[in-house]
Design a protein around this ligand. Structure first.
Ligand SMILES: [Zn+2]
Length: 169
């Protein structure tokens, strides 16, 4: 039997997790975000799109687990606590800790590298002077660069590099 092809997990986050979902996209996870409050529709999308559900709602998590779909119950109120429980959740549901390339935080589209020469007019002049590389969403056109916001996110992202180690702190 050929080895099973491993690809990064795809998530769907429930309506309470919008800001967390946007961070996961930047970290390279294909993360759909479900804005509606109605659970049946969310559960339907989990099934149809074969995504792993992310939720902080115990009852919803139990329901989805009963239908043999993968779900990770996020604990804690802060992004850091949720990220740690996500990493432990990877192990519980048998996912590899693989990530893809960064995605658009707004729409989950793929980002393409955009050379500075092509970024003129798309970003403020001062930003253009300070950065060499930019990224552009292939779906919605939003332009990204590694500014202060990106540096703050890096602190959270490092949790992935440590894997499940040190999650007790
Ligand atoms: Zn986009």
């Amino acid at each position: 039997m050929p080895p099973r092809r491993r690809s990064p997990p795809r998530f769907i986050a429930d309506a309470m997790l919008g800001s967390f979902a946007r961070k996961l996209r930047i970290f390279g996870f294909d993360t759909a975000y479900f804005k509606e409050e109605r659970d049946p529709e969310l559960v339907r999308r989990v099934r149809l799109e074969r995504r792993v559900l992310l939720t902080a709602d115990r009852a919803l998590a139990a329901q989805v687990r009963r239908s043999n779909r993968r779900v990770i119950l996020l604990q804690g109120e802060t992004d850091r606590a949720r990220m740690q429980s996500l990493i432990l959740g990877f192990l519980e549901v048998g996912l590899a800790l693989d990530r893809g390339a960064p995605r658009c935080s707004t729409c989950n589209g793929r980002l393409r590298t955009l050379d500075r020469r092509h970024a003129g007019g798309l970003v403020p002049t001062a930003t253009l002077a300070r950065h060499r590389y930019f990224y552009r969403c292939s779906t919605c056109g939003k332009v990204y660069w590694r500014g202060a916001h990106w540096d703050r996110l890096r602190r959270l992202e490092r949790l992935f590099e440590g894997g499940a180690k040190g999650t007790g702190s």
